[in-house]
Design a protein around this ligand. Structure first.
Ligand code: DQA
Length: 158
């Protein structure tokens, strides 16, 4: 299972941003947890973060060529970027949207995400563990897919 983890705008300053919402981990610490979880779950993961919307879109395009699953936290872009929504729409693989904080219980403008209806699953308010849950979901999904592919065709009954 090859997983692209794309973190967007302002997630590079985790650890310095409102810890009551985002916790105390830095991005480097979050990414090392993600890599450790990926190892446990036998996923090959590539984590990336950018503050540039066009770069985020490019990385979505790039993931089209190699990833089997995508975990996205577009940060504030989630709430208004139709450019990112259009890029996410290209995926035919599972897309998991993750937010560290509980966006449903914060300011009105954060409650809406323009990518959520395209996501296979949306996880919010679970801090760093949300990324673990997303990875586990993808790993589980991949196993179920393999088992389905290996299973013999259903027997015909008369
Ligand atoms: C966030 C929530 C967004 O509203 C915010 O702009 C972020 C982080 C989260 O992970 O909780 O930058 O996506």
């Amino acid at each position: 299972m090859r997983v692209a983890v794309l973190n967007g705008v302002n997630l590079d300053v985790l650890g310095r941003r409102s810890p009551e919402h985002y916790g105390g981990l830095t991005l480097a610490e979050l990414e090392s947890r993600i890599y450790a979880w990926s190892k446990e779950l036998e996923c090959t993961t590539r984590c990336r973060q950018t503050n540039h919307e066009g770069q985020f879109v490019e990385w979505c395009h790039d993931a089209l060529d190699w990833a089997d699953g995508v975990i996205l936290n577009p940060g504030a872009w989630s709430h208004y970027s139709y450019a990112i929504r259009d890029a996410v729409e290209l995926f035919t693989i599972p897309v998991l949207e993750v937010h560290l904080s509980n966006i449903k219980e914060r300011e009105e403008w954060r409650r809406q995400s323009v990518v959520s209806d395209l996501a296979t699953k949306v996880i919010f308010g679970k801090g760093p563990d949300g990324y673990r849950e997303a990875l586990a979901f993808l790993a589980e999904n991949a196993k179920a897919g393999e088992a389905g592919a290996e299973a013999p065709p259903p027997e015909e009954t008369s």
